[in-house]
Design a protein around this ligand. Structure first.
Ligand SMILES: [Zn+2]
Length: 409
């Protein structure tokens, strides 16, 4: 009986993963994978097409189905960070953006959500280094410190922690890989501005997958030995199209580096979502993985008080969340946490009846405002309707990664 059930379940999963396939090389704007076989809600019925006997789920039903699905002990942990993404960013993006689903942001469908305090050890308003380190190590530190305690000693960062359990490591950002947020999960430095040392530190650790905004910037920050090592250790792609070839290169030794010369732009783009999807396909393995994904638009355009950039920063992250949820549909042994390292721009809401513009910004800096945390997967109700400190997120992730490895196979 159990065997038959398992076989049935496997067949169902296979069918689902097959019908979720997207045509290769399609990197344009697209419907979610799961909608390629289902008509969008708005599509009017053609008279000569027979009405299907089984109604297709709407995107909303599909997404809420994944979010509320039954999850098992996490083998894979995915942490998505909207750099500088405040609570009002989410409100504005949902209320005033074109191209959203009629139910709004995918993120806002996640039921297990709470608030996060973000302060640094030496300052109420944090930066991405101190907050990245808190999210990565569970320890508060000073502004500018990467993976280091206030006394200058190294803290164990999440990439190091996860590798002890034979997890593969992925770092994905639409900003520089040696930026404070990604660096805080992999390496250690007394200053977030020691770009060369950060790039070298990350290369020495060598996550299985690194995807960032620029190959050239990364390469040029390396020492001569580092430049050689990067080319020796990694299969390298310098464009998204390249990456499709490189990511299927069987001689790649299991390490993939991609720099797309993208960076933070104001436009809506699936760049980050596609990067995340590619990373997931490369990281999937029987021991599991830890993947950190950073979206930069919500910070960069908070500093510059550019409302369109703020909104597209949220939308690009939301597309990424959607891609990760699609992965989780067939991988219930995955935990997803979405949060922010701090708020940027002191964003307020526009007057009722007015469109948001530069006047919603009250600062060009970070603020001490609390940020959101959303979680999907086993145990994620932990974050529901309460306020946690950013250090607790690291502790939660470490516990999740530990529980799985304590199990005997
Ligand atoms: Zn910033």
């Amino acid at each position: 009986m159990m065997k038959r059930l398992t076989a049935l379940l496997l067949a169902l999963l296979l069918a689902l993963s097959l019908c979720a396939c997207k045509p290769e090389g399609d990197y344009g704007f697209s419907e979610p994978e799961w909608m390629t076989d289902a008509p969008p809600e708005s599509e009017t019925q053609q008279t000569d097409v027979p009405t299907p006997s089984v109604p297709e789920p709407t995107v909303e039903e599909y997404i809420t189905g994944i979010i509320s699905a039954e999850y098992t002990e996490p083998k894979n942990v995915i942490l998505i960070i909207g750099d500088g993404m405040g609570i009002n960013d989410l409100v504005i993006a949902e209320k005033y953006s074109d191209g959203l689903y009629d139910f709004g942001l995918v993120m806002n469908k996640i039921t297990n959500k709470g608030l996060v305090t973000t302060g640094a050890l030496d300052n109420a308003v944090t930066d991405s280094a101190a907050s990245g380190t808190a999210l990565s190590t569970g320890t508060k530190t000073n502004l500018g410190y990467i993976g280091k305690a206030a006394d200058g000693t190294d803290l164990e960062v999440l990439a190091e922690f996860a590798r002890k359990s034979n997890k593969k490591i992925g770092i994905v950002t639409d900003d520089e890989l040696f930026g404070a947020t990604p660096a805080s999960f992999v390496t250690h430095n007394i200053s977030r501005y020691n770009y060369g040392e950060l790039a070298m530190g990350m290369l020495n650790f060598a996550p299985e997958v690194m995807i960032g905004s620029s190959y050239d910037n990364y390469f040029n920050n390396l020492t001569e030995e580092g430049k050689t090592a990067l080319n020796e250790k990694y299969a390298i792609a310098q464009s998204l199209a390249d990456f499709e070839t490189v990511s299927t290169d069987s001689t790649a030794n299991g390490k993939y580096f991609a720099g797309f010369n993208g960076g933070c732009t104001t436009g809506v783009s699936e760049h980050l979502a596609i990067s995340a999807k590619t990373a997931l396909s490369l990281l999937e393995n029987e021991n599991g993985f830890f993947l950190m994904i950073e979206g930069c638009g919500t910070d960069v355009f908070g500093h510059s008080n550019t409302i369109d950039g703020k909104k597209s920063g949220v939308l690009n992250l939301d597309k990424t969340v959607e891609a990760v949820l699609a992965f989780m549909q067939s991988h219930p042994d995955t935990l997803l946490i979405i949060t922010s390292d701090h708020e940027t721009g002191g964003v307020s809401l526009p007057e009722e009846g007015k469109e948001p513009d530069a006047s919603v910004f009250t600062a060009t800096t970070h603020t001490a405002a609390e940020v959101r945390v959303f979680a999907v997967g086993k145990g994620s109700e932990y974050f529901s309707d309460k306020t946690v400190d950013n250090t607790e997120i690291a502790t939660f992730i470490k516990n999740a990664l530990t529980e799985k490895t304590a199990e005997t196979e």
